[in-house]
Design a protein around this ligand. Structure first.
Ligand SMILES: [Zn+2]
Length: 390
């Protein structure tokens, strides 16, 4: 099964409109930046479903990049999807924002498998991009057509293919451009929230929304619009994706413990969410892949293209567990690392946060990953303690 976050979850480098998009951004003052609950309000139109927070405001103007705003995310869903897809994704995004703060504003687009519904969503999206001077209409339509990269049609096809072949798969990504000034997400059908695959757990999709929003959090701490510099600052794949995956599980687990989120009941699912079980599965998959696919590849040398059969995400998750288990502090990424990232650069920020160089850490991690699973799993007790998890 593939439930992934697209590898281009940063600004795609493409030919969008030449207009200056930051002319919409100005200094706005935010007094109440807290998202207080996960109550959602949804409207069902002929062309799409639109969900937002019941209490938090929707942005009318784009704030300065990286500002903590407390804005509601805007979620746009294809009409061929059950309403639950839209409500639960919005709730998960709100819960993630309660955890890490709502930075800037965010649009989350969920594409089903139906062609007409996808066309309606494309029209709506391109109208918005045009109105906000972010893309020319023809560029937007091309992007979301059959030849576009990470456009709506490519996400629609993932869903269609998955249903047709009865192979569960899905993908989501942070696909906007830094110059647009907001966080722009795209997702194929979150199959765990539908009846297409009764055995896929709804929590996988809730957790995915946390993962995606964590990418927005990471990007919020990088001001520069230079694509290459941004890419370098995000660090290696294990760090960037492993960090999003690790924090997604932490954030989701906390929301769960605190009763902020619950998992919708699906008839055939048997496994409720269990943090330790999820981490054990990742560890076992990561160790197996490392042994069979990339025995000599350091996590530091993995890339989106050379990712040890996708194990870089899971190895990265465990690398973050190892890093945090050495301290008594939770939230090192959120509270320490990202706030000092841009001024220090990735390597130096890593050094300052963890008190060790990346190179030293890689050799430590190589030793760690060869230990017995029982010994490795012991680190989770430390994480539970640090985060005060149940
Ligand atoms: Zn990701």
């Amino acid at each position: 099964m593939l439930l992934s976050c697209a590898s281009d979850d940063n600004e795609s480098n493409e030919n969008f409109s030449d207009s200056q998009s930051n002319n919409q951004s100005e200094e706005l003052i935010f007094s109440n930046t807290e998202i207080l609950n996960t109550d959602v309000k949804c409207e069902e139109f002929d062309t799409h479903v639109y969900c937002i927070s019941k209490s938090a405001q929707v942005a009318k103007k784009y704030p300065k990049w990286g500002t903590l705003t407390g804005y509601s995310p805007e979620v746009f869903c294809s009409t061929d999807l059950p309403l639950l897809v839209c409500t639960e994704t919005t709730k998960s995004l709100l819960a993630a924002m309660m955890e890490w703060g709502s930075y800037g504003n965010a649009e989350y687009w969920i594409i089903g498998s139906d062609k007409t519904a996808a066309k309606n969503l494309t029209d709506l999206n391109c109208q918005r991009r045009k109105e906000k001077d972010q893309m020319r209409l023809e560029d937007c339509e091309w992007k979301h057509g059959p030849n576009g990269d990470h456009g709506f049609e490519s996400y629609r096809l993932i869903g269609e293919e998955s249903i047709k072949t009865n192979q569960p798969s899905g993908s989501a990504g942070l696909n906007g451009d830094r110059g647009w000034g907001f966080h722009y997400f795209t997702s194929s059908i979150p199959i765990g929230l539908t009846d297409y695959f009764p055995y896929i757990e709804p929590w996988q999709e809730q957790k995915l929304a946390f993962h995606e929003y964590f990418h927005a959090f990471q990007h919020s701490f990088i001001e520069t619009e230079d694509y290459d510099i941004r890419d370098k600052l995000l660090g290696p794949v294990w760090f960037n994706e492993g960090g999003a995956e690790y924090m997604a599980h932490i954030g989701f687990k906390k929301s769960f413990d605190e009763g902020i989120l619950s998992t919708p009941i699906k008839e055939d699912t048997t496994n409720p969410y269990d943090f330790k079980e999820a981490m054990r599965n990742k560890l076992e998959y990561a160790k197996m892949s490392k042994k069979e696919v990339c025995p000599n590849l350091d996590i530091g040398d993995m890339s989106y293209q050379n990712d040890c059969n996708g194990a870089s995400y899971d190895l990265g998750t465990w690398a973050h567990i190892l890093l945090e288990s050495k301290t008594t502090m939770p939230n090192l990424l959120v509270d320490k690392f990202y706030p000092i990232l841009e001024e220090n650069g990735w390597e130096e920020a890593f050094n300052k946060t963890y008190g060790i160089s990346p190179k030293e850490f890689y050799s430590e991690f190589n030793q760690f990953i060869n230990q017995s699973t029982d010994d490795q799993l012991k680190l989770l007790d430390k994480i539970f303690e640090n985060y005060n998890l149940n």
